[in-house]
Design a protein around this ligand. Structure first.
Ligand code: BG6
Ligand code: GLC
Length: 890
């Protein structure tokens, strides 16, 4: 007796081995390469989301069972309690139907559906239906599933190899009575998982221990190599019953397992299931009893199937177990003593505990797999369980719970018994699919506004080109939204620049003071020492004198730290705002942009404002020689390394570009010969209404809430200061429509500017797991589901892509103009680029470049990122200015 029991006893160590082997088998099932030979098939279900409690509506369910067809109408209430009202009818499935032609089977189902609906006396004619079809199928979509082979008692010719949804749908359509759309075809384990109450927290695992056993869980889609999608999650049915069919369990099988297997319909198959499923537990016990009662056996004991699993489970119960043991043994015609009943109880308990242990090892494998693939240190989930073996009040369920905890200690699991199992779950799958489809439609409609066709981009390019021409001509200058400001820079650096210079860099993310030492290339070229200072918003938006006093304080601090208070140095001032220049060292501020609005500055010469502030501080050791836009500084800085660099581009807090224009085209200036760098101030493109057709409601909201409504309209579609805000507005809209965050906006999401553009860059990072996206959003105080994070990522992608493409269309307009100016067939040109968005966003640069290639095919454009900021460029300009001044003095 003891030795019989010994072979059934699996230590914790052994169960850990089972878990590890199950994990390996699961990996093989998930991998494209090994899927076909895998014993654990890991079949994708195309279920992309679990219920979130908002599912509502009435759904039809059709369940094809062993002997009957069940038709149900389920009502989901849409609140988290998910009260389900069921109307149902059962129709017997006769042998003639089970074995008749396939067409008849599906016609039968369609007729039953109509009869059921007739009985409801409803006026409704449109229904969505979920179909439970419990046979082995190759599923390719939620509503497409090809029957591999009939099993159990079914054998209808003409169905194998065909899509059962299509067969059912056309049978329904032939009836031409009700408009029923088959939305989903579902396996019983997924039905169980989906039936779990959403209010108890996410339930992402389903387990069935009935006649057979199987499980399913929500996997990370990118690990399910059999499907193309890489975003979000996908339900996978493990089909773990066949685990061990390749010998993986051989060292754990007892002699009784071999006997059970030999006596089964499919010897050698479903080895794991045969140690756990209700169809087999009774048989295992029977074979042990045969050994135990050797010499005393009865014909009944020797007959397959006469020991019932339900009895076995009951015998393990401490209260009623012994009495049941006695009843069962007697029914088998055995003469039994108390000791026999006690032994019987021990046997049943051992079989039951082993089954639970194996099941726990499998479940632990799933949980650990989920935890590690989601890169979590702890996983919290419910597991929905159904099936007669679990439901019986036996040692099985208790043991299962305890052992899972020991075998997957990193997971916090709650086993939840599913109440209406399949039916409700299928309605849920249908409801979720229907919710997702409706939401997808709305999402597509919302995002379509932000998607630009190549034609639309070509239009933007042409419009900018027109505005450029208007802006350059004296007569039309005032009509153009693009100011095309002369910069008095007539050449890019030639490498002969020398000397020590100070530079200021104001208007980007950082305010910097720099010391730039320009030597010969042999001496190491340009050396830079710099310091970043902050400009608090109250200074950027307060009185102008305060702003310039602050700037001077920063200069003094820097010079003191560098020990150079008494050197008089020439200073180049990168001032990244639109200025009307009349010379290199004079620039009248036309308007503030981005986050600045200091009073008393617009209309003033900025160099003068700086000089006055220096005077107020009695600081005379500075000579401001040039004021430079950041685009120009960037072009010059990159031009020092690449002689072809004739365009400067900024995509950071703001966006803008400059380029070398033929002087003869600059109608606002005298002179015909040579070139001059033009600061386009393209951020204002569209301020005259020419881009109105491209603005979405979100863009209008962002504009209206900005410091400068109606201004810098192009910039507000593209640059870092605004993209996060556009995304936030879209998220608010999707939340209001109930598509995101279950329709509940968090107070944080209501806060302007909370969604910074740096989040866009991180959320779109390649290979970022969904968990990390969730973490970023949770930092913002948002409680997100994995679906929410997928959708937020999509919104970020669409907004950033539009920005990059618009920027590309604008660059295309510029390079094409340069090419035409010079009458070239092909232009080779370099664009010097700076700005956090361009540099840090994972796809932005590439999308800009692709668009330029598309729209300016005759220009070969190289994008060179500025490594040293525009301060270096400002210093180089100052150097040229000093050289020219020296010449003039000489
Ligand atoms: C910096 C330049 O590197 O980039 C600045 O030195 C420029 O002059 C800035 O304004 C633009 O990017 P951002 O992201 O800082 O606005
Ligand atoms: C804003 C400024 C512009 C600057 C750009 C990038 O558009 O008006 O001068 O070049 O931002 O910083």
């Amino acid at each position: 007796m003891q030795s019989s029991l010994q072979t059934l006893c699996l230590s914790l160590e052994t169960l850990r081995r089972v878990k590890d082997r199950m994990l390996e088998a699961m990996e093989r099932g998930l991998s494209h390469r090994t899927h076909d030979q895998a014993t654990v098939r890991m079949l994708p279900t195309f279920i992309r989301a679990i219920p979130d409690g908002t599912e509502r509506g009435e759904f039809l369910v059709l369940e094809l069972g062993d002997t009957e067809l069940r038709v149900l109408l389920m009502e989901l209430s849409g609140d988290t309690c998910q009260k389900v009202t069921v109307k149902e009818r059962h129709f017997p499935v006769t042998d003639a139907i089970m074995q008749g032609p396939g067409e008849k089977l599906f016609a039968f189902m369609a007729t039953c559906l109509c009869e059921f609906l007739d009985g409801l006396r409803t006026r409704r004619t449109h229904f969505e239906l979920g179909f439970s079809f419990p046979f082995s199928c190759r599923q390719t979509r939620l509503d497409q599933s090809y029957l591999i082979s009939w099993t159990k008692r079914f054998k209808c010719p003409g169905v194998e190899g065909r899509d059962v949804v299509e067969l059912l749908q056309s049978a329904i359509n032939k009836q031409a009575r009700y408009n029923i759309k088959v939305i989903a075809v579902v396996n019983d384990t997924t039905g169980t998982m989906m039936s779990c109450d959403a209010s108890a927290g996410p339930c992402e695992v389903g387990l069935v221990v009935d006649a057979g056993t199987n499980s399913c869980f929500m996997a990370e889609a990118r690990h399910v190599e059999m499907v193309e999608e890489s975003e979000g999650r996908m339900g996978v049915v493990t089909e773990w019953g066949s685990f061990g069919d390749n010998g993986a369990l051989n060292d754990m099988l007892s002699p009784y397992d071999h006997q059970v297997d030999q006596g089964s319909v499919h010897p050698g198959k479903q080895r794991f299931e045969k140690m756990i499923g209700g169809l087999y537990l009774g048989e295992i016990v029977r074979h042990i009893l045969v050994e135990l009662f050797s010499g005393r056996t009865t014909p009944a004991l020797l007959t397959k199937g006469l020991v019932q699993t339900q009895d076995i489970l009951e015998i393990t119960n401490e209260q009623v177990g012994l009495a049941t043991a006695q009843r069962v043994l007697r029914a088998l015609g055995l003469e039994v003593s108390d000791q026999d009943c006690f032994s019987m109880q021990q046997v049943c308990t051992a079989v039951c505990i082993r089954a639970a242990g194996l099941c726990a090892a499998g479940l632990a494998a799933i949980l650990s797999h989920m935890c590690s693939n989601r890169e979590l240190t702890r996983l919290k989930t419910s597991v929905a369980v159904d099936g007669a073996v679990f439901r019986a009040r036996s040692k099985f369920s208790q043991t299962l719970q305890q052992l899972v905890k020991q075998l997957a200690p990193e997971c916090e699991v709650t086993l939840v018994q599913s109440d209406d199992g399949n039916g409700k779950g299928i309605a849920m799958v249908t409801a979720v699919a229907s919710r997702l489809a409706a939401q997808r439609l709305q999402v597509n409609q919302t995002l379509a506004l932000l998607q630009l066709s190549p034609d639309a981009l070509g239009k933007v390019q042409a419009l900018l080109r027109r505005e450029m021409e208007l802006g350059l001509k004296k007569e039309t200058h005032a009509m153009s939204s693009v100011r095309m400001l002369p910069t008095y820079i007539c050449a890019t650096p030639d490498g002969s620049e020398r000397g020590d210079f100070l530079a200021l860099d104001l208007g980007g993310t950082n305010f910097r003071v720099l010391l730039v030492q320009v030597g010969s290339r042999e001496q190491g070229g340009v050396q830079i020492v710099s310091e970043v200072y902050s400009i608090p918003p109250n200074v950027a938006q307060g009185p102008g004198t305060q702003l310039f006093d602050h700037i001077v304080e920063c200069i003094v601090d820097f010079q003191t730290k560098q020990g150079m208070m008494d050197h008089t140095l020439p200073l180049g001032f990168t001032f990244s705002f639109p200025c009307q220049q009349t010379s290199l060292d004079q620039g009248v501020l036309l308007s503030w942009t981005k986050g600045f609005s200091a009073s008393g500055c617009v209309g003033q010469d900025v160099v003068k404002l700086l000089r006055e502030a220096l005077k107020r501080r009695n600081h005379f050791a500075l000579d401001v020689v040039a004021i430079v836009n950041d685009t120009v500084g960037t072009m010059m800085s990159c031009g020092y390394d690449d002689l072809n660099c004739e365009v400067g581009l900024i995509v950071g807090t703001g966006t803008n570009a400059c380029y070398m224009e033929e002087l003869r085209n600059v109608g606002t200036l005298a002179g015909e010969e040579g070139r001059m760098c033009i600061n386009m101030e393209w951020g204002a493109f569209g301020d005259n209404g020419c881009l109105d057709a491209f603005f979405t409601p979100f863009d209008r909201q962002v504009d209206e809430a900005s410091l400068n409504p109606g201004r810098q309209r192009f910039e507000k579609l593209i640059s870092g200061m605004y993209l996060g805000e556009i995304v936030r507005r879209i998220l608010l809209e999707l939340t209001a429509k109930g598509i995101l965050f279950r329709g509940r906006p968090s107070p944080k999401l209501q806060t302007p500017d909370i969604f910074q553009t740096k989040f866009l860059s991180s959320i779109e990072s390649d290979g970022l797991a969904l968990r990390q996206v969730c973490a970023i959003l949770e930092e913002l105080g948002l409680h997100v589901t994995s679906e929410d994070s997928v959708l937020v990522r999509e919104v970020c992608q669409v907004v950033a892509r539009r920005a990059a493409q618009l920027c590309g269309a604008a660059v295309a307009a510029v390079v094409e103009k340069i090419r035409e100016n010079r009458g070239l067939e092909q232009l080779v040109v370099t664009v010097g680029v700076d700005g956090t968005l361009y540099k840090l966003h994972p796809h932005f640069a590439q999308q800009v470049q692709e668009t330029v290639r598309l729209l300016a095919p005759r220009c070969s454009v190289t994008f060179l990122q500025s490594e040293d900021g525009s301060g270096k460029g400002a210093a180089l300009i100052a150097a040229v200015a000093c050289r020219v001044a020296r010449h003039q003095r000489a």
